[in-house]
Ligand binder design. Structure first.
Ligand code: UDX
Length: 441
């Protein structure tokens, strides 16, 4: 079976290599000529475990990339994986969805095709896409993705559930084809076969629920700080209760990345567009936006509100470990706040591409060019902490594995602000460090 995948971002590229690995003939379509050329040379534009390896394995055999929508003509199934960024008002911007739909439409004839929407789209979008294609023999299927950056290839091959939304459950053909495509996964993986709207909502509901768990513990962490409780112990005890579960209960400086912040904001808009006040989900968003400011103030208070010319070693640039993605990164937001208040920042990330992206980000932003004088991005952790007034941890890498005896001799002052509650506080304190976590001392 020949399959086309439109969009070669995180979702589309992983979908393409994954389907090629299953043995399908896959064509990846993207409007970016340079990217397409590089992909055909086996060069991966993203930092993601195992992705380049799989790309190299299949490109030129089961997999090719093109800018031409012509390839759709003889594809039985088309996966739509274009981005749905946030617009100025917080809505999902569907520009790319509709322009790709138009390009697909131009290639359609009388033949039967299945168009699968993998992009995260507001509830009702699959119905609108079908309406645009109503004159053609096309089944539209909603099939949201649940890939976590950094382990997205693993997640593709090991999904916890496959969600499929159809126009009409009586009509078996698209259901059978989708089941056949996904039959390569383990038999025990649950299929949720439902209508379009429920499938679309599952994606938003899942992300919003996880984000709410995070904001819930982040809100508690502020009280924990005031009353002298340890949020890490509180959440550990909470998580033992199976009804609560221990995942996504780590207090920190907030969620970030390409999905949670934008999807939560888009969900809020969908409530408002339907004249319902989204109280809880709005609070999730507000708590998240505030958390990094609260943490920054905690740092500032330590210095009696004057951090001018203080040197901070910020460990973690990307929004989470094992990625180069800076989108909504709390580390970057914190760097901005530190620089704005006159501090000197030495930034570090284990991922080279994350360091490169940070360098580019600050260089490209002309209005913030002066930051360059006060910001250094280093590739060695010990160089980064050298002469620092304080270390600030912004991503969940296990920094406990570093040589803290060596760090101790490198820093100017033994002060750590742990924005991810990742360090073994007792051990750090025994070495003479002052330790300040999120909701724990
Ligand atoms: C997320 C969803 O997990 C995935 O299913 C969806 O398809 C896309 O969005 P991702 O953006 O890769 O994936 O990030 P994830 O690992 O879920 O973490 C999101 C953010 O939450 C990170 O910034 C992380 O630091 C933060 N987080 C996570 C916490 O602050 N505390 C936690 O306990 C867990």
């Amino acid at each position: 079976m020949k399959i086309s995948v439109i969009g070669t971002g995180y979702v589309g590229l992983i979908q393409s290599v994954g389907l090629a690995e299953f043995g399908f003939d896959v064509v990846g379509i993207d409007i970016d000529e340079t990217k397409v050329k590089r992909l055909n040379e086996g060069k991966c534009p993203l930092y993601e475990d195992d992705l380049e390896e799989l790309l190299k394995k299949h490109v030129g055999n089961k997999l090719k990339f093109t800018t031409s929508y012509d390839e759709i003509k003889d594809s039985a199934v088309i996966f739509l994986c274009v981005g749905t960024p946030q617009d100025d008002e917080g809505n999902a911007d569907l520009r790319f969805i509709y322009s790709a739909t138009e390009s697909i439409k131009n290639q359609l004839d009388d033949g039967y095709k299945i168009l699968v929407i993998k992009s995260t789209v507001p509830i009702g979008t699959n119905r609108k896409i079908k309406e645009l294609l109503k004159d053609y023999n096309v089944a539209v299927v909603s099939n949201p993705e649940f890939l976590r950056e950094g382990i997205a290839v693993y997640d593709f091959f090991n999904p916890e559930r496959i969600v499929l939304g159809f126009e009409n459950l009586e009509y078996k053909k698209p259901i059978d084809v989708m089941k056949e495509i996904y039959s390569h996964f383990d038999n025990n993986i649950p299929f949720i076969i439902t209508d379009w709207e429920s499938a679309e909502m599952i994606k938003y509901a899942s992300n919003a629920f996880l984000a709410t768990k995070i904001s819930f513990v982040n809100e508690l962490s502020k009280l924990s700080d005031e009353v002298g409780a340890d949020i890490k112990i509180v959440t550990k005890a909470m998580g033992i209760d199976k009804r609560i579960g221990n995942k996504f209960l780590n207090a920190g400086i907030g969620y970030a990345g390409s999905c949670f912040p934008k999807d939560i904001k888009a969900l809020i808009k969908q409530f408002e567009n339907n004249n319902i006040s989204p109280k809880l989900i709005k609070a999730t968003d507000e708590v998240n936006e505030e958390q990094i400011c609260w943490f920054f103030n905690k740092i500032k208070n330590y210095y009696n509100n004057d951090i001018n010319q203080k040197i901070f070693a910020v460990l973690g640039l990307a929004f989470k470990p094992n990625t180069d993605d800076l989108r909504e990164s709390r580390g970057i937001k914190l760097i901005d706040l530190l620089l704005k208040n006159g501090a000197i920042v030495k930034g570090f990330d284990y991922v080279e591409k994350a360091r490169e992206n940070t360098i580019n980000r600050y260089k490209l932003d002309k209005s913030k060019a002066f930051y360059g004088y006060n910001l250094y991005i280093l590739e060695d952790l010990y160089e980064t902490v050298k002469d620092a007034d304080a270390i600030v941890i912004t991503t969940e890498y296990n920094f406990n594995n570093e040589d803290w005896e060596k760090i101790k001799t490198a820093v100017k002052n033994k002060v750590v602000f742990d924005g991810r509650n990742i360090l073994n506080a007792e051990k750090i304190k025994k070495l003479g460090f002052e330790y300040y976590g999120v909701g724990r001392k």
